[in-house]
Ligand binder design. Structure first.
Ligand code: FAD
Length: 435
C-alpha cells in the first residue's frame, strides 16, 4: 500500500462534493476528490447516447442562490442559458404561462378557493407553517377538493421533490415555495449538466486533484476523529492521511465506510430509521418532429405518473445532432418513498406521454432510467434529512440527504457544502487562492 497526505479528502464528485472541494481548495486547503465512476457529476452528470448529450439527473440549474455564489467565489464560469418562458403548466392540452401571474393566475382559473390557498402561502411566508407531520395532500384537502388543483400540487411535489403529495410534509412544500429559490430562475447547460461540474473541477485542480474510477473502501477513525481514507486506485490500495473527510456518498454509505462502531449510536439509529430515498423515472426522448414548442419546463395537470417535461434543444440545440429535438420527461412512481414495480410504473408514464402528445409514437426513446434505492432521485425526501455533522470530528456529510429543511436539488447540495466548508475554513487559517 502506498501512502500520502492531503489537507482534505472529498469522497464523491457529485454536486455537494464538488462544491465542497472547490470551496476548500479555494480556501487554501490541498484537496483530493475521489469518485468511483469514470466521470464527475454523480446523479447530475451527462452521458453521450448516439450523438445526444443526455443528462442523468439534474437539468435545471438555479440562478441566484448558493450554487451561483459558489461558482463566483471559486472563479468557475457558470455557463447556463435561460429558456423564456422558463416554467409553464400544461393543463388539459392548454399551456398556462405563470411567469407573470404566478400562483394566483394558475389557481384563480381552477378553483373559487384560490384566495384561501394564497392566504396560507402568505401565512407561510411570515413563518406560520403547519407541523412536519401533515402531508401536502391533507393540507390542500382542507381548502379544496378540485381534482386538477390536487393533480398540479402532486406533480409539483413529484417534479421538485421526487415524491407524491401524500408523502411530502406540507411544511417542506410551503418552506420551499415561500422561502427558497423554487426554480423561479434557472438555465440549462449547453454541454449537458456535466458542463457546470467541469467548470468547478477546473477550479478544484488549481489546488487539488480529482481521481476518477477510484472507490473509497475505508474511512479511518481513531478516538472519535477522522484520520484518513483508503482507496483502490488502478488496482492498488492507497492510504490517504488527512484529518478532514467530506463524504458525498450519503450517510448510509458513510457509516458503512467507517464502520458503525465509530459513530455515536444515536447517529447510526437516525441513519437506519430517518432516511427516505425518493424515486423517479427519467425518459429521454429524441424527435425530428417537435413534441412541444414551449422552450422551458412544463408541469402537467391530471396524469397517471408523468409530472413534468423539459424541451432542452429549444435553448441548447448543441445537445442533439442537427435536425433533432431533445426532451426529457419525468415521472414519479406510487409510492415514491417505498417499494414499487419499476416496469409497471414506467408503462403508466409512457401511457401518459402518448396521451399528452399525439405524435409521441413517432419519437425515439433514447433511454429510460429508474432512479431508486442506492441511486435515487433524492437520497432522502425533503423533510427527512440528516444533519451535516456525523458525530465524528473531521468527518462531514454533504449532498441531498443532509439538506436544510425544505430545500431541494443541486442548490440544496451546494448549500450543504457551504455550511460545512464555512465551518472548516473559519477554524483553519490558510491564505485563500486568487480566483
Ligand atoms: C432524474 C433527476 C432529475 C433531477 N433534476 C434536477 C434539476 O433539474 N435541478 C436540480 O437542481 N436538481 C435535480 N435533481 C436532483 C440532483 O440531481 C441531486 O439532488 C444531486 O445531483 C445530488 O447530488 P449529491 O451531492 O447528493 O451527490 P451524488 O450525485 O449522489 O454524487 C455522489 C458521488 O459519490 C460517488 N460515491 C459514492 N460512494 C463512493 C465511494 N465509496 N467512493 C468514491 N465515490 C463514491 C457516487 O458514485 C457519486 O458519483 C434531479 C435528480 C434526478 C435523479
Amino acid at each position: 500500500m502506498t501512502q500520502q497526505r492531503v489537507d482534505a479528502v472529498v469522497i464523491g464528485a457529485g454536486a455537494g462534493g464538488l462544491c465542497a472541494a472547490a470551496r476548500l481548495a479555494h480556501g487554501g486547503l490541498r484537496t483530493l476528490v475521489l469518485d468511483d465512476h469514470d466521470r464527475i457529476g454523480g446523479r447530475a452528470s451527462t452521458e453521450e447516447i448516439d450523438g445526444f448529450k443526455v443528462n442523468i439527473g439534474a437539468i435545471a440549474i438555479e440562478f441566484g442562490g448558493v450554487f451561483e455564489e459558489t461558482c463566483r467565489t471559486v472563479g468557475a464560469p457558470l455557463d447556463i442559458r435561460t429558456p423564456e418562458p422558463a416554467a409553464s403548466f400544461f393543463i388539459d392540452g392548454k399551456m398556462v404561462d405563470v411567469s407573470r401571474g404566478g400562483w394566483s393566475l394558475l389557481l384563480g382559473q381552477l378553483t373559487k378557493q384560490a384566495a384561501r390557498i394564497l392566504e396560507k402561502f402568505a401565512d407561510a411566508r411570515s413563518g406560520n407553517l403547519p407541523d412536519g407531520r401533515q402531508s401536502t395532500e391533507d393540507w390542500l384537502k382542507s381548502y379544496t377538493s378540485n381534482a386538477t388543483v390536487h393533480a398540479i400540487f402532486r406533480n409539483l411535489c413529484a417534479a421538485i421533490f421526487a415524491c407524491n403529495a401524500n408523502e411530502l410534509p406540507a411544511r417542506a412544500f410551503l418552506t420551499y415555495f415561500t422561502g427558497k429559490g423554487a426554480f423561479k430562475r434557472f438555465g440549462f447547460c449547453p454541454e449537458g449538466t456535466i458542463g457546470v461540474w467541469n467548470a468547478l473541477a477546473s477550479a478544484i485542480q488549481r489546488n487539488g486533484e480529482i481521481w476518477l474510477s477510484t472507490p473509497a473502501s475505508k474511512i479511518h477513525v481513531r478516538d472519535g476523529k477522522a484520520e484518513g481514507v483508503t482507496v483502490m486506485r488502478q488496482g492498488q490500495e492507497v492510504r490517504i492521511d488527512t484529518d478532514l473527510v467530506i463524504s458525498n456518498a450519503g450517510p448510509k454509505a458513510t457509516v458503512a465506510l467507517a464502520g458503525e462502531a465509530a459513530f455515536p449510536p444515536p447517529y447510526v439509529l437516525r441513519v437506519k430509521n430517518d432516511l427516505r430515498p425518493a424515486a423517479n423515472i427519467v425518459i429521454n426522448i429524441a424527435s425530428t418532429e417537435p413534441l412541444m414548442t414551449h422552450p422551458g419546463i412544463i408541469t402537467f395537470g391530471r396524469t397517471r405518473r408523468l409530472c413534468n417535461m423539459a424541451n432542452l434543444t429549444a435553448t441548447c440545440p448543441e445537445l442533439a445532432p442537427p435536425g433533432w429535438n431533445l426532451y426529457v420527461a419525468y415521472a414519479v412512481p406510487v409510492p415514491a418513498l417505498g417499494d414499487f414495480d419499476s416496469q409497471a410504473e414506467t408503462e403508466l408514464a409512457l401511457q401518459d406521454l402518448r396521451e399528452q402528445f399525439s405524435n409521441f409514437d413517432k419519437a425515439r426513446i433514447l433511454s429510460i432510467r429508474v432512479m431508486r434505492d442506492d441511486w435515487p432521485a433524492q437520497r432522502s425526501c425533503a423533510g427527512y434529512d440528516l444533519p451535516i455533522q456525523t458525530g465524528i470530528e473531521g468527518l462531514w456529510c454533504v449532498g441531498d440527504a443532509v439538506k436544510q429543511y425544505g430545500n431541494g436539488g443541486t442548490q440544496a447540495c451546494a448549500e450543504t457544502a457551504k455550511l460545512v466548508t464555512d465551518t472548516i475554513l473559519a477554524t483553519r487559517s490558510r491564505a485563500p487562492l486568487a480566483s
